[in-house]
Design a protein around this ligand. Structure first.
Ligand SMILES: [Zn+2]
Length: 198
């Protein structure tokens, strides 16, 4: 009886091994024939950007000059501005990052403030590649605010013309802050007679 029992144990042991081997063998062709979708977890920032990219105006922005075209479209079609002809120069500039001036940590600089028909904006090339789309948009609206609207800095918790500029915000908040920039609520103009601008 004991001998017989031992045989059962050995046989069932062999069956277990066969089943285990079969299972792992069976899985191999199944996984290799499936399309493996990597489990990519989107950051909050990426999810936020998707809403901006679905917008008919912001979604068309591809190049640096496109930021100006979108800003112009919104200002002229929604807020009654006429920006006229502008000589546009918008660049990412390493000299901001590398200069020994006290502006080397600036994310961007507007050189065209108080200059009619001139847009001259330099974006810090060290920061730009790291920025999300909506952060780029906030920065560009801030610099174009300086350059085209002659807007000075203000102290406003989420205002585009605040300094430092807000990090990021959801699309609905951006549109509200954009409205307050264009409609004058958040506009505090430079004194263009100041020798600094001349
Ligand atoms: Zn500024």
């Amino acid at each position: 009886m004991k001998k017989y029992f031992n045989k059962i144990v050995i046989v069932s042991g062999i069956i277990t091994v066969i089943i285990t081997t079969r299972c792992s063998n069976d899985e191999t062709p199944a996984t290799s024939s499936e399309i493996v979708v990597p489990n990519i977890v989107k950051t909050e920032s990426q999810i936020r950007d998707e809403a901006y990219k679905a917008d008919p105006i912001y979604g068309n922005i591809k190049t640096l000059d496109d930021y100006w075209l979108a800003f112009k479209t919104i200002g002229e079609t929604q807020y009654g501005y006429d920006f006229g002809d502008q000589e546009v120069k918008i660049i990412t500039d390493l000299t901001i990052a590398n200069s020994d001036s006290n502006r080397d940590d600036a994310a961007g600089i507007a050189f065209g403030s108080c200059k009619e028909g001139v847009i001259d904006v330099a974006i810090n090339a060290d920061y730009w590649p790291e920025y999300s789309f909506n952060r780029r948009l906030i920065l560009m609206w801030h610099e174009l605010g300086h350059d085209v609207l002659n807007a000075a800095h203000i102290e406003g918790e989420r205002a585009i013309m605040n300094t430092p500029i807000p990090d990021e915000y959801d699309l609905d908040i951006f549109k509200k802050e954009e409205a307050e920039l264009f409609n004058g609520t958040d506009l505090n103009f430079f004194d263009c007679d100041d020798p600094y601008f001349n």
